[in-house]
Design a protein around this ligand. Structure first.
Ligand SMILES: C[S@@+](CC[C@H](N)C(=O)[O-])C[C@H]1O[C@@H](n2cnc3c(N)ncnc32)[C@H](O)[C@@H]1O
Length: 333
């Protein structure tokens, strides 16, 4: 563990905890909620499971719900009936959320007859109607995905971060990223000549602006989980763990409960446990729950492959074979 004890503006700054080891050495993975447990993994329908949980239990609810796209784990329905079911789930989630807690709802687009419906627009209304407050609409951009031919290829999804009240946890210092120009200094006023950046780094931002040169640096530049990613399992739309880790570190404290109501292969649970939080997840697919259990066991055995948080995304230098223009495309002189 790296311990950064720094003085900032003459105040002692809380140490930043980077990649700590799990606190719970021998966790039992339980199927149902129990006050003294630290990991719950349930296979079944999310609404049924959520109804068994007490009010004000979870500090962070983070999920990527089914998008109603007809993936292998879902049956595509009309958007209205899909949203109606989601609204029932959201009602339960708000009941289970602590007063100082957060919900992070990560979605992309529902597509019907080549028409795009950005799901966050629909979900925003549901959460707002129920009194939650939006703190950020985070853009998660990635470099790969399907190539569209009748519209621009989609390369981002959003995370709506809502809080239940104004008194919410936000540990900015735990998720700061290195400043681009740490040597910058105040050029006027009483602090003239003194360093102007925060020694712990800068706010990672929600993005985005079309500032061409800062484009890559300013984005939540976390690759999506594709075949060459160390975390890849058979799940078709798995979360990258580092994306959730940023939310876990910023929005919860150690020992808080993190809940993923559509947990798939357990990425959110791993992000929580890795950072000494308690973790709870439910998914209806036996196969995904089986993999999630195995990944949690591997985490504690120290053999789970995880892309380290903040590791730079590989940029081709231009010299790689696949970065070269195919010889067939070159004009014969
Ligand atoms: C977008 S995926 C989530 C993937 C997850 N974030 C991960 O990293 O593996 C949505 C998940 O919701 C699950 N699901 C869909 N409807 C459900 C329901 N009614 N109850 C429980 N799980 C459900 C699917 O099986 C799928 O794994």
């Amino acid at each position: 563990m790296e311990d950064l004890h720094l003085k900032h503006n003459n105040q002692s700054v809380k140490p930043v905890t980077l990649n700590t080891l799990p606190l719970f050495k021998h966790p039992d993975i339980l199927d149902h909620f129990n006050e003294s447990s630290s990991i719950i993994l349930h296979c079944g329908d999310t609404l049924d499971f959520l109804q068994t949980l007490s009010c004000a239990t979870a500090k962070l609810i983070i999920t990527s719900p089914p998008y109603n796209l007809g993936k292998e784990y879902e049956k595509k329905t009309q958007i209205e009936s899909y949203l109606k079911i989601q609204e029932q789930v959201i009602c339960e989630l708000i009941r289970i959320l602590k007063d100082d807690g957060s919900i992070c709802w990560q979605v992309g687009n529902f597509v019907d007859n080549a028409e795009v419906f950005p799901l966050d627009i629909f979900f925003y209304d549901i959460f707002k109607k129920k009194g939650l407050k939006l703190r950020n609409r985070i853009i998660w951009r990635f470099n790969h995905g399907l190539h569209a031919s009748k519209r621009f290829s989609g390369r981002y999804e959003t995370i709506l971060w809502f809080t239940k009240s104004d008194a919410y946890t936000f540990n900015l210092d735990s998720v700061r990223i290195p400043s681009k120009y740490p040597g910058k200094r105040h050029f006027k006023g009483t602090k003239r000549g003194m360093p102007s950046c925060n020694p712990l780094g800068k706010n990672p931002s929600d993005i985005w602006e079309f500032i061409a040169r800062e484009w890559d640096e300013e984005l939540w530049n976390i690759p999506n989980v594709k075949a060459n990613h160390p975390e890849k399992t058979l799940h078709p739309c798995q979360y990258p763990i580092e994306l959730i880790e940023r939310c876990v570190l910023a929005l919860t404290n150690e020992n808080d409960w993190v809940l993923d109501p559509y947990c798939g292969v357990g990425s959110a649970l791993i992000a929580a446990l890795k950072n000494n939080r308690k973790a709870m997840g439910v998914d209806k697919e036996t196969e995904y729950i089986f993999i999630a259990k195995q990944r949690i066991k591997d985490l504690y055995a120290g053999r789970l492959k995880i892309r380290p948080i903040g590791k730079p995304v590989y940029e081709p230098t231009g010299n790689e074979k696949i970065a070269q223009i195919p010889p067939e495309w070159k004009k014969v002189e």
